[in-house]
Design a protein around this ligand. Sequence first.
Ligand code: MF3
Ligand code: CO
Length: 244
Amino acid sequence: MRVAGQVVARTLEALERSIVPGMTRTVELDELAEKLLAEEGAKSSFRGYRGYPNTVCIAVNEEVVHGIPGDRIIQSGDIVGIDVGAIVEGYHGDSAITVPVGDVTDEARRLLRVARDALFRGIAKARAGNRLSDISHAVQQHAERHGYSIVRDLVGHGIGSEMHEEPQVPNFGKPGRGPVLEAGMTLAIEPMVNASGYEIESLPDKWTVVTKDRSLSAHFEHTVAVTAKGPDILTLRREETVRR
Ligand code: MF3
Ligand code: CO
């Protein structure tokens, strides 16, 4: 899973770097990802999953997750969610980032920072002996303390030889509930943080999820192993610093 996770991490870095404001269509990120995964001997976890037609998901601005790559041109000022899942030798890695492109408002930057920090607050609770909802609660607290809302209808998940395994990992809830975490468990923690209301809806393409009020949304995801020494982020990127 670490091998798959690191393929995902490198792919995310490359996709982020490839964006040229005003030039890049979201489908170009999909094509690049397909090529990079093939070079690494990996396959997309997403393509064909419940009929999903692409390699990665790209969610721009008010799009929350599961955006289908297409002809939309990424503009300066956009925030772009990039979600990559890869399978290598039967095991999955799954990670997402939301990146600012060009000249982005301070409000949007703040949303990105809070959403990423919420993920890391959750990861910090992924320790043996804690309960699953300790993760959920920490994520929710952080986002709501900053005036944002947490999407309820979509959740994180266990991950391993399947992309989606038990248990579901909500990003909200009371602490101290759900299964006790044990060393060896692997979880994909993936808060979706909306600038305004938490309601979402799907576009007619049946995949792209948007905020109901069309406010901005940010999504960050890591695949994390619970170990005797604490959380081990399998999809950590080289350029990423872990804030504690
Ligand atoms: N990271 C997302 C998830 O964990 C990606 C799934 S997209 C899909 O659910 F197309 F594969 F469904
Ligand atoms: Co996921």
